[in-house]
Design a protein around this ligand. Structure first.
Ligand code: ASP
Length: 345
């Protein structure tokens, strides 16, 4: 081919690519997850590459974090509650059938996403909680173990020594901003205490989306929730539409951050519905964050989004100490997990 002809073909190709792939090259299959949890991405990617389904990929990816504890926010030995116990929340969603399996406040079982999948595949239910979820898990062959570690005991005892601060109680006596409990109902104060102790490091979550070659979507989450939470507190992660959502006719989304706030606005559901309406994943993610900002401008949180053609994006709310959000991607272009980041707005 002559140089002139080569240049013409190249220009034509560039125009075609720009016209048809305006968001950059999208390739399938795709794995995307919150935070720089690289081994989790690799586990999901390897699962897809060796013929596993998108559900297998999400389960294996999140389970890797449960074993490795990732940054301490997933799996055993993290985020002790007010009584020092670690409990786990997880969910998995099949975007083909819209089936969901989830567990919340799971005690004594390390593989929360595995139990969530068992809820989906071995019951007609969607969400099991607390001790009963653990009994179900044991019956399904999961091993009961202590989720406490020296590290979680240490976090707990430091908290006790520091007069139980930060503290998520309000309108109780004695004053929870100064003293430990037990607490009794106190005068209802008007201030919004939540915003005073938003702590970007007291929680994280793995949220993952997998899309296969044919555009089938699955999404899932696994977390040990919020450190020093009131026992029984369940965040957004095991709630479909809040922590994650998947629909093979539109896409998938997964959120991380202050679940007590985020779950009120169902950001994952909103993002998927916006992608269904034609929004690109970055715009859908941004709109979901904006919706929460309208009500809670200071909330800590981020979201990842992917559509069925392999385009993806992310967005986060800019607050002091959190101006950039990191997430991982593997697709047939990158192969190996690639660290990505987005500037919060
Ligand atoms: N969303 C989780 C929760 O609130 C924690 C996180 O993702 O930071 O339980």
């Amino acid at each position: 081919m002559s140089m002139q002809r080569f240049c013409r073909v190249k220009m034509l190709l560039t125009i075609v690519i720009t016209l048809f792939f305006p968001l950059g090259r999208a390739t399938l299959p795709l794995v995307i997850n919150t935070w720089p949890f690289k081994n989790a991405t690799a586990a999901a990617w390897t699962t897809l590459q060796s013929g596993g389904s998108v559900l297998d990929a999400v389960e294996k990816g999140c389970a890797r974090c449960e074993v490795e504890q990732c940054d301490g926010s997933v799996g055993y030995g993290g985020s002790p509650d007010e009584s020092g116990e670690t409990t786990l929340d997880a969910m998995i969603m099949n975007g083909d059938t819209m089936e969901v399996g989830a567990v919340a406040g799971l005690r004594r079982i390390k593989n929360a996403i595995g139990v969530a999948r068992a809820v989906m595949e071995r019951t007609d239910h969607t969400l099991l909680v607390g001790d009963s979820a653990s009994v179900f898990a044991e019956n399904m062959g999961f091993i009961a173990e202590d989720l406490t570690t020296n590290k979680s005991m240490n976090i707990f005892s430091q908290w006790l020594k520091g007069n139980c601060q930060p503290n998520y109680r309000k309108n109780v006596f004695p004053d929870p901003s100064k003293s430990c409990g037990p607490y009794k109902p106190g005068a209802i104060l008007r201030q919004n205490k939540r915003e005073q102790h938003t702590n970007t490091r007291s929680h994280d979550t793995i949220g993952m989306i997998a899309v296969d070659q044919d555009g089938r979507v699955a999404a899932g989450t696994s977390t040990n929730g919020l450190t020093h939470k009131v026992p029984g507190r369940v965040g957004d992660s095991p709630i479909a539409g809040a922590g994650a959502y998947a629909d093979s006719s539109a896409g998938g989304a997964a959120a991380t951050g202050d679940g007590d706030i985020m779950m009120r606005l169902l950001p994952s559901y909103l993002a998927v519905e916006l992608m269904r309406a034609g929004a690109d994943p970055s715009a859908a993610c941004k709109a979901a964050i904006s919706r929460i900002k309208t009500h809670y401008s200071e909330f800590f949180g981020a979201i990842i989004c992917a559509n069925t053609t392999g385009h993806y994006g992310a967005a986060c709310n800019k607050v002091p100490g959190f101006s950039q959000f990191h997430y991982m991607v593997s697709n047939s272009e990158s192969g190996a997990p690639l660290l990505k980041s987005v500037d919060c707005f």
